[in-house]
Design a binder for this molecule. Structure first.
Ligand code: BG6
Length: 483
């Protein structure tokens, strides 16, 4: 059981908090993971009463759990929750807040601050917390969790780091990438390193190429302003897809301790060869969705219509090809693609093995780690169709489910909030990982931003645009659809 602590949520009335954080904390409480005296302080800029806040929590839980939850746990959970307003025009807001936290005996003095706020506010809040002596670890632990994105490019990430590290040691900083909290992602490492069959074929002798895919049927929704300042490459590739890449291709860590895992991930991310910008069209492809039909939603608008600005060249589809400068992966292309508004949602890692047979007609072998919606691992192999004389082969799927119906459903944020209060940094990003990721992505974004020509449009609800295939190394390669 973790130490008694006070978890402070900044941005507690925002979407993330309503949909993930508060329900996640409730589920942790239900599972007996929160220490008896733990308190949750929700900080907001609106002046609402404790009573109103409790009603809001009730509403969030009812929506999430369909009114099916234990009322005894609900009462306990409500008692842990306190709303505190820091009004934007009050110069003493942080002073009052610190007085409350430090002097009121209801609050355990180990503090975890979860910053689910605008990225431009991260450094400011850390400065204010430090000023009020809330980050000093002389007697108690003090941790700060920073939501994604950590910077919007390498320079701003370095600046943010310089600013917060004036007040915080690396062991106090929890940079989140919520994909690392997904059990299916953790499973990649365990599958690779707990099964001896994988190691000998995990290299350029046996593997033809790797595809790391995230497809969504969702569009950008109400986040048009955020998204247009961000784009798919920054939103997904820089963070989630590169983390999936690291787990799939890193060397075996010395041990499974958080530090040893991070050492190998950092090495791997640093080994990515920069994309040759003079040949960028062979390495990176971008596009935008136009109006179309999405199953269950019907007709949907195109990105530019939602944005109400037809000049934007920000991508909702991004596919890139990278190579790793390591002996294991020399000359093996790795494709990373992410899209909004495709025909199907799915996150999966597909590994295509080389076809060394003389008979080129033989179909290929694939190994797929399916991350979501289904959590499974499968091989696709060729087997003989039963029958007389003729030898006909067909693809057979050998699939193992990594999550069974009866298994506990734990949201990624729930896992990560528990890590935060238990002091486990293994599923959080080290600053060197963040820097390596921006170093790869920055030159592509810069090139794309400067090129204002209208970008390729794909119809919402369709497959990957055919034009994206320009990045393939050879003609035998194709996008694997669906998981
Ligand atoms: C977020 C992105 O980090 O991840 C969103 O900002 C994206 O644009 C989301 O939709 C995907 O997360 P998940 O867990 O639904 O796959």
């Amino acid at each position: 059981m973790a130490d008694n602590s006070t978890l402070v949520l900044f941005g507690a009335r925002g979407n993330l908090s309503r949909i993930k954080l508060i329900p996640g904390l409730f589920h942790l409480d239900e599972s007996g993971k929160l220490s008896e005296k733990m308190k949750i302080v929700s900080v907001g800029r609106q002046n609402i009463s404790q009573n109103e806040w409790e009603n809001e929590i009730k509403d969030m839980l009812e929506k999430k759990f369909n009114k099916k939850y234990d009322l005894k746990v609900f009462d306990r959970f409500i008692k842990r929750n306190i709303y505190h307003s820091t009004l934007p025009d009050d110069p003493d807001a942080f002073k009052k807040f610190s007085k409350l936290l430090l002097n009121d005996s209801r609050f355990p003095k180990n503090f975890a601050f979860f910053l689910s706020v605008r990225p431009s506010d991260f450094a400011k809040i850390v400065d204010q917390l430090a000023e009020e002596n809330l980050l000093n670890e002389d007697k108690y632990w003090r941790r700060v969790l920073i939501e994604k994105p950590f910077g919007t490019n390498l320079k701003s990430a370095i600046n943010l780091q310089a600013s917060i590290s004036k007040h915080l040691k690396e062991t106090q900083i929890y940079r989140i990438d919520h994909y690392l909290g997904k059990s299916a992602l953790q499973n990649i490492l365990w599958t690779r390193f707990s099964n001896s069959i994988f190691e000998h074929m995990w290299n350029n002798e046996h593997i033809d190429h790797i595809q790391i895919t995230n497809h969504e049927t969702l569009g950008v929704g109400e986040r048009t302003e955020f998204y247009d300042a961000t784009g798919a490459l920054r939103d997904m590739t820089q963070s989630h897809l590169l983390q999936m890449l690291a787990l799939t291709t890193m060397e075996k860590p010395k041990s499974f301790s958080p530090d040893d895992i991070r050492v190998e991930k950092i090495k791997l991310l640093k080994s990515i060869r920069p994309i040759p910008i003079n040949k960028i069209h062979k390495y990176a492809f971008r596009a935008q969705y136009k109006s179309g039909n999405i199953e269950k939603e019907g007709h949907v608008k195109g990105y530019l219509e939602e944005l109400e600005n037809d000049k934007s060249v920000v991508e909702t589809y991004a596919a890139i090809k990278i190579f790793l400068d390591t002996p294991r992966w020399k000359n093996i292309p790795i494709y990373l693609r992410t899209a909004k508004r495709l025909n199907q949602s799915g996150t999966f890692i597909s590994i295509k093995f080389k076809n060394n047979q003389d008979n080129k007609k033989l179909a290929d072998n694939w190994l797929v780690f399916s991350i979501q919606p289904k959590e499974s691992t499968y091989f696709e192999i060729q087997t003989k169709v039963p029958g007389l004389n003729k030898v006909d082969l067909r693809s057979t799927k050998l699939e193992g489910m990594n999550r069974l119906e009866q298994d506990d459903k734990i949201d990624a944020y729930e896992t990560l909030m528990l890590d935060l209060i238990e002091g486990n940094q293994s599923r959080f990003l080290h600053i060197d990982e963040v820097k390596a990721a921006w170093s790869l992505i920055d030159p592509i974004i810069e090139n794309w931003t400067n090129n204002k020509e209208k970008i390729h449009q794909y119809t919402a609800g369709t497959l990957d645009p055919k034009e994206s295939e320009i990045i393939f190394e050879n003609q035998s390669q194709f996008w694997r659809e669906g998981n």
